[in-house]
Design a protein around this ligand. Structure first.
Ligand SMILES: *Cc1c(COP(=O)(O)O)cnc(C)c1O
Length: 404
């Protein structure tokens, strides 16, 4: 090239950082275009293993680094990243279901999975049924030739019943039905999705584990991302193929945020777990509260199932069901009176959150309490504030329940 013009000189600049330069953070590689050394490299066939450095959409070294770390967190071999937790659910269901198939969902499944299944999947001719995650015999009786995928969620959304994972997974194995666990709550830390009870059921696990990295992996309440992990190379190829159809790309600055949050995930999980147990037990002792739902609390639905697979963790969440005399309006006043808790969705970020729920339209098989026992539910997500401030805040806000 003769002496280039100023714009050309900036774009085709010869300076390169030296090979071997290293630091703790993972470099942020951004790309739509990925450059080939020459046409011979361009014409080479693609690798079939899910890693492809031919275009920025499937991933860059930054995303593949995060995927490898999430696979490690999940005790898996393979991981596909998606732009949100919901898109990881969509990827999984679309990768393994075709018209005429049936998918089974736990009745306490994440609300957007229910919405996807009853809406889009139904339109595509994929049918569904809801099962009680605590009733294995009833679940077994629902498995049929048409059942091609079973979603599991531990603990279930909002009511936090911990399913009989061992029983459900054994039934799936016995019938050769694919199992996908929404493992957002456990995050790879509370239990091992792929070897759920190594002491007494070695090798028993889910085929696929999906997580919203939006929650614990990020920890910042500032990024949306999802992951689907597996130990099975053939299942991974199906995920990669669907990922390509859907054109799921990730912002590399978001990937950077999750890579930055990941080293502290176990510390944050433990801190939020300890604070949530403390506050859940305290709420359970309050006269306004009918029951507290938290898998580590004896008496909570599924507590024994949690204890059988737990490696100790129980996460940041608990729900309180208020006595029926406190109607939805009073419970809203309680939530509004909270000062240390934000009102908003998601969890595992720095700020504690509280959301009142009306579950009347999001359960097909009923609730774990009767109208005589309890009424409105508030789901709490404990953040990283000082526990005594949170407790004092709950105590002052409870006065709004009885005030006028
Ligand atoms: C938040 C959440 C999701 C979805 O994650 P997004 O990143 O918000 O789409 C899926 N499953 C569970 C259990 C969740 O809590």
């Amino acid at each position: 090239m003769s002496k280039p013009g100023p714009s050309t000189a900036l774009i085709h600049h010869p300076f390169r950082a030296p090979d071997g330069w290293d630091a703790v953070p993972v470099p942020v590689h951004k790309a739509s275009t990925v450059l080939f050394k020459n046409t011979a490299e361009l014409h080479q066939p693609r690798l079939g293993d899910g890693i492809s450095y031919r275009y920025g959409l499937p991933g860059t070294p930054t995303t593949y680094t995060l995927a490898a770390r999430i696979a490690t967190l999940e005790h898996a071999e393979h991981c596909v990243l998606t732009p949100s937790g919901l898109s990881a659910i969509t990827l999984t269901s679309l990768a393994f279901l075709v018209p005429g198939d049936e998918v089974l969902l736990p009745d306490n499944v994440y609300g957007q999975n229910r919405h996807l299944t009853t809406g889009l999947l139904s339109r595509l001719g994929i049918t569904h049924r809801f099962y009680d995650p605590l009733d294995v015999p009833a679940f077994e009786a629902m498995l049929s030739e048409r059942t091609k995928l079973v979603w599991l969620e531990a603990a279930g959304s909002i009511t936090l019943e911990f399913p009989d994972l061992i029983g459900l997974l054994k039934a799936c194995r016995a019938r050769g039905v694919l199992s996908a666990l929404d493992n957002t709550w456990g995050a790879g830390l509370a239990f091992n999705a792929f070897d759920i009870a190594p002491g007494h059921e070695p090798g028993l696990g889910a085929d696929l584990s999906m997580q919203a990295l939006t929650k614990y992996a990020s920890g910042g309440a500032d990024v949306l991302m999802g992951a689907v992990c597996t130990r099975d190379a053939a299942l991974n190829r199906q995920l990669v193929a669907m990922h390509e159809y859907l054109g799921y790309g990730l912002g590399q600055n978001d990937v950077e945020l999750v890579l930055r949050g990941l080293p502290s995930i176990a510390l944050r999980y433990r801190a939020q777990d300890a604070a949530a147990r403390d506050l859940a037990a305290w709420m359970a002792g309050r006269p306004e509260v009918a029951r507290v739902l938290h898998p580590a609390l004896p008496g909570a639905p599924g507590h024994a199932h949690w204890a059988r697979v737990s490696r100790g963790g129980a996460g940041a969440l608990f729900s309180a069901v208020f006595k029926p005399e406190f109607g939805a309006r009073r419970v809203d006043a309680f939530v509004d009176a909270l000062a240390c808790f934000g009102i908003g969705y998601s969890w595992a970020g720095p700020m504690s959150l509280a959301v009142p729920y009306d579950l009347s339209r999001s359960r097909s098989l009923g609730l774990p309490w009767t109208p005589q026992e309890g009424g409105t539910l508030v789901r709490f997500a404990i953040g990283l504030e000082d526990v005594e401030d949170l407790r004092a805040d709950l105590a002052q806000a409870l006065q709004a329940l009885t005030g006028d």
